[in-house]
Write a protein of this length. Structure first.
Length: 203
């Protein structure tokens, strides 16, 4: 597999360097074992470079990888996607900066996407900058935005069913959600560290 040599913005027509201006809710990680606070960042805008609200904006894969989760109508994430990029795909600078050890991968989650999303299924190979869905407000949210998480964890994640907090969730769906969010096996970090990494390296 070729080594990742660049990152893509998750939002069409928004450059990586401008994403900080789109944050409507920042990264506030909870204590280990808790699902409180905010384990990612939310991106939203009402107007950007002559475009209208963010609702319906194309979501792109930040990195190449393999789809580990592709769910519709989950809770709290709504239509949600997780893409895995194995350690071997990254240059040493990223492996070290994000503590991606042997046997581990970097995972990116895209949530609350519009009906009709995700556009890819579990096991699909995804290229960087490939469209994977559209910004929406499915799941536990009132306003259209992209909820975006980054984690490092054991390679080979593959979860069918990814839901919690609703009566219709199966035990397996609950187990899968807890594995991702509160087990401590998949370590969250501030997504802006990854998205702005190319600029940090340039200085």
């Amino acid at each position: 597999m070729p080594v990742v040599d660049s990152l893509c913005s998750p939002l069409t027509d928004v450059d990586l360097k401008d994403l900080s201006r789109m944050i409507s809710d920042g990264y506030r990680p909870p204590p280990k074992g808790s699902d409180a606070r905010h384990q990612g960042v939310d991106f939203a805008y009402y107007h950007w470079k002559g475009k209208g609200p963010i609702d319906g904006t194309s979501v792109k894969s930040v990195l190449p990888g393999v789809v580990a989760v592709s769910e519709k109508d989950s809770y709290p994430f709504g239509n949600v996607l997780v893409i895995e990029t194995p350690r071997a795909r990254f240059p040493e600078a990223i492996q070290h900066a994000f503590e991606i050890d042997e046997g581990y991968s970097l995972y990116v989650l895209y949530a609350h996407m519009k009906d009709g999303s995700p556009l890819v299924a579990i096991g699909d190979e995804v290229a960087a900058c490939e469209p994977v869905g559209f910004v929406g407000k499915t799941g536990n949210t009132q306003a259209a935005h992209l909820h975006f998480e980054t984690r490092v964890g054991p390679s080979g994640l593959n979860l069918e069913g990814f839901s919690l907090y609703i009566e219709t969730a199966t035990e397996q769906e609950k187990k899968n959600y807890r594995l991702w969010s509160i087990s401590g096996e998949y370590i969250t970090f501030d997504p802006m560290r990854l998205l702005l990494f190319p600029f940090a390296q340039a200085h």
